[in-house]
Design a protein around this ligand. Structure first.
Ligand SMILES: Cc1cc2nc3c(=O)[nH]c(=O)nc-3n(C[C@H](O)[C@H](O)[C@H](O)COP(=O)(O)O)c2cc1C
Length: 186
């Protein structure tokens, strides 16, 4: 199983990206969590380019098509999701790669609920496989990647992160009983 992890932050020391790397580090045998790191290479969406998108967009769409599920983790920017993340999702709207793709949100902050509401609405719009009930957050704001690792290694946090991943694997695996799937708002 291949899971794609997309951070809404392009900051080198992003707590959300570090959270996704921590998720990747605990993936069990047979499961790969790949952190997408090309968000900043995607040009601003234009419907005029959509029929023959630039290479970076084609690569992104191909990775989304090939993955069994997507985990998002994003900061809140100006009470919503960062423009770069919304832009990436806009590129996915045409085509069918994303329509029923299993998706869930992890969150690296005790704040950011407006962003979470906005991201939930966006993901529920683009995919019937988005599971709003599968959600875990950690208070990582302001921490360095090393501090994020340390925080997530604490037993109570490690248990939560492992539980999130195992529920997501069940969600994304068509061979298991998919009891966490969200409803479609498409
Ligand atoms: C442009 C910008 C806008 C922000 N707007 C908000 C906001 O509206 N609400 C909030 O709680 N934090 C806001 N923040 C703080 C970030 O959400 C916070 O620092 C987050 O943890 C950064 O995530 P990262 O470490 O993954 O980059 C903003 C930060 C930036 C750079």
């Amino acid at each position: 199983m291949n899971i794609l992890a997309i951070s809404g932050s392009t900051r080198a020391a992003s707590t959300n990206t570090a959270l996704l790397h921590a998720l990747a580090a605990i993936a069990p045998t047979g499961v790969t969590v790949a952190v997408y790191d090309q968000l900043a290479s995607l040009p601003v969406f234009s419907a005029d380019l959509d029929a023959a998108p630039p290479q970076a967009v084609m690569d992104f769409k191909q990775r989304v098509a090939a993955t069994d599920g997507i985990v998002f983790s994003s900061p809140e920017y100006v009470r919503s999701l960062p423009g770069g993340l919304k832009n990436a999702i806009d590129w996915l709207v045409s085509g069918d790669a994303v329509i029923a793709k299993p998706m869930a949100i992890l969150h690296g902050s005790h704040r950011g609920d407006d962003m979470l509401d906005a991201l939930r609405m966006v993901l529920a719009t683009v995919s019937s496989g988005f599971s709003p009930d599968l959600f875990t957050r950690f208070p990582l704001i302001g921490k360095t990647p090393a501090q994020v690792s340390e925080t997530l290694a604490a037993p109570e946090n490690a248990v939560q992160l492992r539980a999130f991943l195992s529920r997501f694997i069940a969600l994304a695996n068509p061979r298991t009983n998919n009891s966490f799937a969200g409803s479609s708002h498409r």
